[in-house]
Structures are given as C-alpha cells and as structure tokens.
Ligand binder design. Structure first.
Ligand code: URA
Length: 235
C-alpha cells in the first residue's frame, strides 16, 4: 500500500496533506525517516511512526455523532489545557473529528477512526451542507440578509454565498438558519462580524443528511446505517 494512502486511511490527514507530512521528514518506517512520496509499505508488517506514535489502520470502524457543548476544544490535546471533546467519549478507539467546531460553538460533530470516510466528508469537492442555528443580538434587516446570501466581504475576501432563513425573534434576540458548504475557519462568525452583528449562540444542527436531532448536550451515539449512507453517497 502507498504510504500516503495508509496515513490518510488511519486518519492522519487528507491524502494531499499526508504527502506534505511525508516530504517534511516526519514519518518513520521501521525506524528510518522516509521522505519519498511514492513509498510503498507493507501495512501488515511495517511499523509506521508519526509524532512519536505508531500509526495503525483501524480493524473495525466506529462512527459517532456528538452534541458538542460550548467550552470544549476539538483537538486531542489542547495547548491551553482546556477541556476537549475526547473527554466526553468513552472508548479505547483512537477517534478524530470530521472537521471542527470552535471552542464556543455547540452542536453536531461526527467522530470516527475511518480516515477515508473523514476525508471524503470534509473534501470541498463533495460540497456537503452544514446547517447552523445562529442566535444574534437584536434584529437583522432583509438588506443585510441579502448581502450574506450573495457573499459578504470579510477582510477584503468575499465569503461564499450562504442560504439564510429567518427562524424567529424572541425578546432582544433573532434566530436564523444558515447553510454553508465550506468549512473555512470561523466562517459563520466572520460573516456576522462583517455586518456588525453579535452572535450569542452558534449551534450546528446538520451535516449533509445527518441531523443533531434530540441528542442532549455532551451526549453521543453511533450513526445509523442510513445516516452513514447519506454521507457516503452525498455527491
Ligand atoms: N463557523 C464558525 O464560525 N464556527 C464554527 O464553529 C463553525 C462554523
């Protein structure tokens, strides 16, 4: 098996990022640094190490949906010592998240040990929709919604268009549904910051055909076969 395929299948990163990791000299095969991109390994016999940890292909796959609470980081170990989503999940499997949510964002996150699946769901080419419920302070004008639908300009860069729907207004807050395809860093927050709105609550409620549903904050469960198929067959 090609080394980059092995690494991405084990969830190290996308195939292309794995090539960069190999080129940078961060991978050891049987104790020796390997930098050549076309390297073939024997996945049954060879010992592959990245960042001091042996990389292994999963023997059985796990797919979980978690309702991430606000105040949890999506990294395996947080450099600021904050709580991480991995503390919420009781498993011996080495899981990783399919994309990330900000520390202050809550809602649906998918975790797996299947690198090929994660890379497919995250690949921009597949344009898998992500739906967020956004609660902002105050009101929003139809003209402001129109700007976001076309693609708001953030720091001189035009953001991709978003599908936005007004949901309701309670007291001094307005709730909106925002659907995007991309996963640029802090994309939804930056869109609202750009039009001068303060986000009170940001919650992801759907990834492709998989909904957060009635999952309580901090709870998780296995994806059903139907949910998995919805993601794998998307585009
Ligand atoms: N957009 C954001 O701004 N934050 C998230 O966590 C996800 C999407």
């Amino acid at each position: 098996m090609r080394l980059n395929k092995f690494l991405s299948g084990a969830g190290v990163a996308s195939r292309r990022k794995c090539d960069e990791i190999i080129k940078s000299g961060s991978i050891k095969v049987n104790g020796k640094v390997v930098c050549e991109l076309g390297t073939i390994i024997n996945e049954k016999k060879d010992k592959i190490v990245y960042q001091g940890v042996e990389v292994k292909l999963p023997t059985s796959f796990v797919y979980i949906k978690l309702n991430k609470p606000k105040g949890y980081a999506c990294t395996a170990s947080d450099e600021k010592g904050r709580k991480t989503i991995y503390e919420l999940i009781k498993t011996n499997e080495r899981l990783f998240s399919v994309g990330r949510l900000d520390y202050d964002t809550e809602g649906l996150i998918i975790l797996t040990n299947d690198g090929d699946f994660a890379n497919k769901v995250m690949h921009p080419r597949n344009e898998i929709e992500k739906e967020y419920q956004v609660t902002i302070e105050g009101e929003i004008l139809e003209s402001e919604l129109a700007v976001m639908r076309k693609g708001v300009v953030v720091d001189g860069e035009k953001m991709p268009p978003a599908r936005i729907k007004f949901l309701d207004k309670k007291g001094d807050s307005t709730r909106l549904s925002v659907v995007i395809h991309e996963g640029q860093n802090r994309q939804v927050r930056r869109m609202f910051e750009a039009i001068g709105k303060t986000i009170k609550l940001l919650k992801r409620v759907r990834i492709g055909g998989v909904k957060l549903g009635g999952l309580s904050r901090g709870d998780y469960k296995d994806l059903t076969i139907d949910e998995l198929n919805l993601l794998v067959r998307a585009k």
